[in-house]
Write a protein that binds this ligand. Structure first.
Ligand SMILES: NCc1[nH]cc(CCC(=O)O)c1CC(=O)O
Length: 321
């Protein structure tokens, strides 16, 4: 008999927001980890974030980085929880000291979707009538859609997916723009009326992927969560996040992206748009997928030379950082 008495393995505490989408995502991560590590115990700890509490102010006006993540991060820093599951697009590109993005999971379709009121079930984005009211809280969607469809009317909408869909059905809006991924994860794919192609609107950085954030000095957690990493998604998202970071945009800036990996090559397309949809600076870059972050940074520099900095300065002067 060995004289060494080992302590039982620690219980792993997962931090999550309380929204239905957040819980579906977190419970997926919990179930996957449980399959890989059947002897470990994973507990979910839910909390509300500022973004869940302030529902009567436009996102662009609150505009604070980390609106949906700060409380979860504080819990990890205080060691009340071990890692947090986020929609990667809600996670700022710069993380607090001591925390890192430890894992990026396989992405769902990252595109946006048009969801319509039933009176427009025979219409597409291209055929909606003059003045049709489109609900979105995203400056990125607003700017790009205004560019292509200046005859449509755009109105801010807040609240979780179910709240938004209820407002649409009640007739407050004629259509909404929502992420395909969120609708799919909540089992509401039947509400996707049209998937918006990248030629019309580029998606948000990190859209459709989950990001798992943890303490940088916790190798045990880092190695546990790494089993869920999907390398091509991670490379694409690292390129996208480097692009956004270099442009110093938070989540509430009209910046869109698209990425493709073919063989060893990653192609990144990026756009910076003015809020009125008048100015649009768009370009692309391709290179080795293993050098994803450099590609993102380089594309940001390219766009800045083409006028992106002026567009962003104008927006920050209007709505604040
Ligand atoms: N900002 C809210 C948010 N954060 C993540 C998703 C959808 C899922 C995803 O993009 O991974 C949504 C809803 C939406 O944009 O329609």
């Amino acid at each position: 008999m060995s004289p060494v008495v080992s302590s039982p393995p620690r219980i792993i505490r997962i931090a999550s927001r309380k929204s239905q989408l957040a819980l579906v995502q977190t419970e997926w991560v919990q179930a996957e980890l449980q399959k890989h590590f059947p002897d470990r115990t994973f507990e979910v700890h839910t909390m509300s974030t500022q973004g869940d509490k302030i529902l009567d102010v436009a996102l662009a006006k609150i505009g604070d980085k980390g609106l949906f993540t700060k409380e979860l991060e504080q819990g990890m820093i205080e060691k009340k929880t071990d890692f947090a599951v986020h929609s990667l697009k809600d996670l700022p590109t710069r993380l607090p000291e001591g925390l890192i993005l430890g894992c990026v999971t396989e992405r769902e379709n990252p595109a946006d979707a048009l969801v319509v009121h039933k009176k427009f079930k025979d219409k597409q984005l291209e055929t909606l009538p003059e003045g049709a009211v489109i609900g979105t809280s995203s400056l990125r969607r607003l700017a790009q859609l205004r560019h292509h469809f200046p005859h449509l009317a755009f109105k801010d909408i807040r609240g979780n997916l179910n709240t938004r869909l209820a407002k649409l059905d009640a007739g407050e809006f004629d259509a909404l723009i929502l992420a395909v991924a969120g609708l799919q994860r909540l089992g509401m794919s039947d509400r996707i009326h049209q998937v918006i192609p990248p030629e019309i609107s580029l998606h948000a950085v990190g859209q459709g992927a989950l990001g798992i954030e943890c303490r940088s000095d916790d190798p045990e957690i880092l190695s546990l969560i790494k089993v869920l990493e999907h390398t091509p998604t991670a490379q694409r998202c690292y390129a996208e996040r480097a692009f956004l970071r270099e442009l110093e945009g938070g989540c509430q800036v009209p910046i869109g992206v698209n990425t493709v990996i073919e063989g060893e090559q990653l192609t990144l397309i990026g756009v910076v748009a003015s809020l009125d949809g008048q100015k649009l600076v768009k370009d692309s870059i391709a290179g080795k997928a293993t050098e994803a972050e450099q590609l993102g940074t380089q594309l940001a520099q390219k766009l800045r030379e083409q006028g992106a900095a002026e567009i962003l300065a104008q927006i920050f002067a209007e709505v604040g950082r």
